[in-house]
Design a protein around this ligand. Sequence first.
Ligand SMILES: Cc1ncc(C[n+]2csc(CCOP(=O)(O)OP(=O)(O)O)c2C)c(N)n1
Length: 653
Amino acid sequence: MSVEEDTANQGRLLATVHGPQDVKRMSASELDILSAEIRDFLVAKVSRTGGHIGPNLGVVELTLAMHRVFDSPRDRLLFDTGHQAYVHKIITGRQEGFDQLRQRGGLSGYPSRAESDHDIIENSHASTALSYADGLAKAYALRGEARSVVAVVGDGALTGGMCWEALNNIAAAGNPLVIVVNDNGRSYAPTIGGLADHLSTLRLNPGYEKVLDTVKDALGSTPLVGKPMYEVLHAVKKGIKDAVAPQAMFEDLGIKYVGPVDGHDVAAVETALRAAKNFGGPVIVHAVTRKGYGYRPAEEDEADCLHGPGGAFDVETGQLVAAPSVKWTHVFADELVAIADERPDVVGITAAMAEPTGIAKLARKYPERTYDVGIAEQHAATSAAGLALGGLHPVVAVYATFLNRAFDQVLLDVAMHKLPVTFVLDRAGITGPDGPSHYGIWDMSVFGVVPGLRMAAPRDAATLREELREAVAVDDGPTVLRYPSGAVAADLPAIRRIGTVDVLAESARTDVLLVAVGAFGQLGMEVAARVAEQGYGVTVVDPRWVRPVPAELVELAAGHRLVVTVEDGVRLGGVGDALAQAMRDAGVQVPLRDLGVPADWHPHGTRAQILADLGLTAQDVARDVTGWISRLETTPVDPARLTSESTPTPSAN
Ligand SMILES: Cc1ncc(C[n+]2csc(CCOP(=O)(O)OP(=O)(O)O)c2C)c(N)n1
């Protein structure tokens, strides 16, 4: 089936779907038509807003079958990661919201409890659904509520350790619970690891087609009443096992296994789900699907099956409409390869995101020095510790939001051992359309408390290159580099450097020290210009290394009447907070105001919209600064009190 070829499809059936009951009463042929209409709808809408098109095209039939067999919201349907819940949203009465998908005030790109009773968990971080399901099933058992719990988890998410911790508990508890493994062989790229190899052996087995038929026949003719389900499933299971071995892995966990089923055959999935539902214990339904199914540009996209175009794309080609720009990620990727050319000890690690983080470039040149560990950030950190113990300098590239998972590993396994591991945090700060769980706003607070950890926030391409080199030169503890998403900021040269601190602008008057963290350097310059118009002098500095707080920053603070910090991270425990503490410790009495992101859940929108909501625009900051300085009584300080130049090496705690 193909979206382009489906000319007869006018969305007629889709228009009649207002809730799960509407798909429950459809015939098999209607479901086929509805599936095609849903695919048309998804491509038409998501091509205008951007979003997770590939994963959702792959779960159309799966989701229809789930809503036909189970009774949501009484029964609980959980989607791991949540990026593949668009079809679920369509079925549960949210079609109209798709014009505003991921837009400010519009539909979330993930499940959202504010949107619907059919969403019980809000996620976006992978590998959590089975743990939620374990808890829910236990709660319903204890409360005596007869409600089914169903969790859909991708083969990519299954590489995350939490899934296996959950499976271990689910098997032991024995509560009724259905785990649908949506096996498309991909995370972004093909899924990596022993589990993935297992599953792909299963898919590639020549007997696979036969197996699908066997399962269909066996389950189709199963008398569900009168015969113990265990025997039925056991027989089916053994039948498959004879034909194809690898799924023994699931059996060995002590959880019943049904599959593999063709995930694009609604009837087959339904049959498997009904059998699983009636079993009375935990069951895995293994559904094989194709990511991007039914839409040629997605199916043929080798990189990631159009996993999640960030913006509008051309329906014919799947290519992004916006002109490509040089991104922070590209600058990092190029410089890392240049460093790796010179330093054979430098190796790269990605947690299933080689292309999005830029590690793929290193992998192409040095495949033997690049490791994709799967969706396993905690393991990535401790594995990096092992690599460092073995004499290498690992560079772990992850999105800022995902390193939160590995706090303990960074703290104890890396930092306590004083190991040289560099963590590169892409998409740091407010990111935008993916919403609060994707913002990289906690890193500076959370990792700021790690003893011996040095953290840098580059402001442009030049400082990103420079700070990456400084980071991999550190050999006695972890280093972190963090930068935002999108196009890299224009180079902003410093006037001079004091210690590690770059002075970007100064004035004859030293009224305000404006500490502009990372990509806020340009904003700092604009603020200084605006405040100068009011007759006040602003010194704009970029600390470059924000942890530990550079001593020179404290000295500079002492030479001004007011210190203002601006950062793209939570204020609590952020750079401003840390500088205030360092100033108190040094007995510096100058007042400090810290601007940043309140520790709260800020709804999705564009990065610019959210920053404007938070008052983090040049205009807002300038108004604040002018207000604060004009209310101070003290007199300007002599510029000669500013510290003079010294060496640029970052110092440890
Ligand atoms: C903890 C964490 N790390 C990384 C990601 C980024 N990520 C989003 S979806 C995805 C791949 C998921 O693959 P799979 O579960 O198989 O679902 P599919 O997209 O193939 O349907 C990754 C790595 C994430 N969401 N959470």
